[in-house]
Design a protein around this ligand. Sequence first.
Ligand code: GLP
Length: 245
Amino acid sequence: MKIIEVKDYQQMSNKAAEYIIEKVVQNPSIKLGLATGGTPIGTYKSLIEDHKKNGTSYQKVTTFNLDEYIGLAGDNKNSYRYFMDDQLFNYIDINKAKTNIPSGIAADFQDECNRYEDLIAKHGGVDLQILGIGSNGHIGFNEPGTSFASKTHIVKLAPSTIQANARFFKGMEEVPTQAITMGISTIMKSKEILLLVSGDNKKEALYRLMNGEISESFPASVLKNHPCVTIIADKAAIADLKVQC
Ligand code: GLP
């Protein structure tokens, strides 16, 4: 894993956007894996600014998001579909029909998981997957204990994740308790992974990722088995690594 240190959230966002733009320019039909949460918001802002200023085009790009809450329709402000439209897709020239997110209101969620996994495979897999990390090491919504062999599946969210994500909702009781997420093996099939880590509340997770063992009890540790991972982390998140040097 290669780690790039940047000053702060803004710099992380700029650097990540530069990285993605370069890949899109090299391969206009790229399959991008996208993430939600607070971490990538700045990156998406930078992509929008660049699109307006330099005209980088996303017309041929296909996207696959990591996850979606079960029970939330796309027009619900807290759904990840709404998030993606609102934070990125509505402001670039992407073809919405090429933007894929698991459905939170499918008639049969197991069928939806299978459909999504197959859809990614049919497109030849994800070329570049953007990831954030949960403070408990989750990637997508793969909570500690998830099998490294998992495909797209239904998850019960950990209490710590529900608490962490409550900031986007009116209250904790409004946060769905289940989600559909790409599995760990789905994520690991991506040809390349870009992990973004920012802030003091992620420093323990980053420390454990860099220094801990590879274990299903810390899902992000699986990334050490991937041949092409770049981490962009800011000073606050890297702080604990420095103490050890
Ligand atoms: C959320 C998302 C993850 C995200 C992580 C960190 O629950 N499902 O994809 O990477 O938790 O979120 P944040 O970036 O808000 O810290």
